[in-house]
Design a protein around this ligand. Structure first.
Ligand code: FES
Ligand SMILES: [Fe+2]
Length: 375
């Protein structure tokens, strides 16, 4: 892009829309950062949360670790290095850090100095539902913040689910607006995932906004063939913005979560997990057996879910560009649900900033050696 964009920052924002489009997400929550199966033992990868980079690596023992992605020596990204055992080694001078961020080895001369006592910040990381989850905030708080719970995806009788994800050039709030706001039925006129929606309920409960729509779920021809209409009531959907993520439920038959990873002000990765109690064989009133659902969902994702969600991706990326050019245009928003989502995002960010600013700066700065190396 040739022109430099200068949209209002959070403190500069003059109205609700400018505030929500500048708001970050509270790092003291769990965020998905990738797929567990895609990071094998001995592998390291970079993940980014709201402009902050993490070196995520799996030791040879199979356990995941996450530390700040910079070598304490000359600030190279540790992800340019390699994993050795359960430690990560910087490629330049070989300084080696363990999963707690501690500098544990310097393989060159120390010039009669003591081994520096350095520790990079480390972060909680877990695996669940095939995803890797990072707690980018304060490590001590991670244990008391619950991860999203999907009981249907656990146990021997788990529902079928094949996640799909996208990285879109759009602010995270645009994606949350999009997935919970059914006024964009028009965008999906080809696939008709929801038809003739009417908002019937809107409820705010602390960190959640609940929304209900009367709508024809999965009305499109392709989708329609897989839905067991005789058993499931597909005329109603309940959705929730359960900060910082979002879910929906259609009569306990079709459910979904949209997990967001805010990468920066205009980049968001969204993981969509749709899961189904049962689907039927097209044209026949016969249920697809559970064991067959995963391969069928893989195909359904390719032919239906991905193209459908790409429509949303097109829309939010276009909205981002529109916002950057016209952030000062008057706000014209009709759906009260959108206003509540935005108010929640803003409130949570304000709460986080107030808490952060009340704390002493950088509680865990790396401790540098008493005799500096240079100077
Ligand atoms: S820059 Fe990393 S070891 Fe020197
Ligand atoms: Fe959509």
């Amino acid at each position: 892009m040739s022109t430099k964009i200068r949209i209002p920052s959070f403190p500069e924002a003059k109205n609700r829309r400018q505030k929500v489009r500048a708001a970050g997400m509270n790092p003291n929550y769990w965020y998905p950062v990738g797929y567990a199966a895609e990071l094998g033992p001995g592998e390291v990868t970079e993940v980014t949360f709201w402009g902050k980079d993490f070196a995520l690596f799996r030791g040879q023992d199979g356990r995941l670790r996450a530390i700040e992605n910079r070598c304490a020596h000359r600030q190279l990204k540790l992800t340019t290095g390699e994993v050795r055992g359960c430690q990560v080694v910087c490629p330049y001078h070989g300084w080696t850090f363990d999963g707690d961020g501690r500098l544990v080895d310097i393989p060159h001369e120390l010039f009669d100095k003591k081994m520096p006592n350095i520790r990079l910040p480390d972060f909680e990381v877990r695996e669940r539902y095939g995803l890797i989850w990072l707690f980018p905030g304060e490590r001590e708080r991670a244990a008391s913040v619950p991860m999203p719970e999907i009981p249907e995806l656990e146990g021997p009788d788990a529902w079928a689910c094949v996640p799909v994800d996208f990285t879109w050039q759009a602010h995270h709030s645009m994606i949350i607006d999009n997935v919970s706001d059914f006024t964009h039925e028009y965008l999906h006129r080809k696939f008709e995932p929801f038809k003739n929606p009417t908002l019937t309920s809107l409820e705010v409960d602390d960190d959640k906004v609940f929304v209900e729509y009367d709508t024809e779920v999965g009305a499109g021809k392709l989708y329609n063939r897989f839905i067991p209409r005789a058993a499931a009531n597909t005329s109603h959907m309940r959705l929730c913005y359960a900060y910082p993520h979002q879910w929906s439920n259609t009569d306990d038959w079709i459910k979904h979560w949209c997990f967001v990873l805010p990468i920066d002000e205009r980049t968001t990765r969204a993981f969509f997990l749709f899961y189904y109690k049962q689907l039927k064989i097209p044209l026949l009133p016969v249920a697809i057996p559970r064991w067959l659902m995963v391969p069928i969902l893989e195909v359904a994702n390719r032919v239906l879910m991905q193209p459908l969600l790409e429509e949303d991706g097109f829309a939010v990326e276009a909205e981002q560009l529109g916002y950057e050019r016209h952030y000062d245009a008057p706000v014209a928003e009709l759906n009260p649900a959108v206003m509540e989502f935005q108010k929640l995002t803003i409130r949570k960010w304000e709460e986080y900033l107030a808490e952060r600013d009340a704390q002493p700066r950088q509680r865990r700065l790396p401790v540098m050696p008493s005799a500096p190396h240079d100077g």
